[in-house]
Design a protein. Structure first.
Length: 231
């Protein structure tokens, strides 16, 4: 009776020696698994770093809001708090520059929703040069589901407002120094703003404004403001 196919050198029960192609495949799979494990670890560390930076960004602003409530927007305490936060914001942006240079824009699939949003907030609270530099990356990420649509909308509006232009999504407000109240920065083609917001998965403008923080009272934009806006 014929022996089983794995009988090698007349020794029953001995398994066949692996071929060179099998060895190559095994090594390749091992390398892929090792690389995947390394990448997962790297992404986990990147996520943790972004979350830490996001806490610096958002935690500081929470403290500033508390100071506003207690001492007033124009108080010396508020100004000092903003000076401290500005230094932290600049450090955050420097660190994010290095992260993006090495890893590209932090995508949701890479670091998760919260860490990706932290990266956005750091850019949102940076200078206009950085905002314009990274706006295309955030836009592309949002269009592929790798960043929140709201993140792109807010950054686009912030850039337009800083340049003295009408915003598109109604996310930005200005402060009337004469009254101490806030107003929605003028919107381009305001009748279509909810349509633009919906295209990015955002709520209506009215719903958005209802969520204004405590102490923020909205009023109409100052008379004549639109006349000063760049076309």
């Amino acid at each position: 009776m014929a022996q089983l196919s794995w009988i090698i050198d007349g020794s029953v029960g001995r398994r066949p020696m692996a071929t060179s192609s099998q060895i190559s495949l095994t090594v390749t799979l091992a390398l892929i698994l090792a690389a995947s494990s390394c990448l997962a670890q790297q992404n986990s560390e990147l996520m943790e770093e972004l979350l830490r930076m996001g806490q610096i960004d958002q935690g500081g602003r929470g403290e500033i809001n508390r100071i506003w409530q207690e001492h007033g927007y124009d108080s010396l305490e508020s100004k000092a708090a903003w000076e401290r936060q500005s230094i932290l914001d600049a450090e955050n942006m420097t660190n994010l520059d290095l992260i993006i240079e090495e890893h590209g824009w932090p995508m949701i699939s890479m670091v998760g929703d919260e860490a990706a949003r932290a990266a956005f907030f750091i850019v949102q609270h940076s200078d206009l040069g950085h905002q314009k530099k990274y706006l295309p990356l955030i836009r592309d990420a949002a269009l592929t589901g790798e960043a929140a649509g709201e993140s792109y909308a807010m950054l686009q509006d912030r850039v337009l407002m800083s340049e003295g232009k009408r915003q598109l999504y109604g996310s930005q407000t200005g402060r009337n120094d004469a009254t101490g109240r806030w107003y929605v920065w003028p919107i381009e083609d305001e009748e279509a703003v909810d349509e633009r917001r919906a295209a990015l998965g955002m709520s209506t403008l009215a719903e958005y404004l209802q969520g204004a923080p405590p102490g923020i009272e909205l009023e109409p934009a100052p008379e004549g403001l639109e006349l000063d806006l760049a076309e």
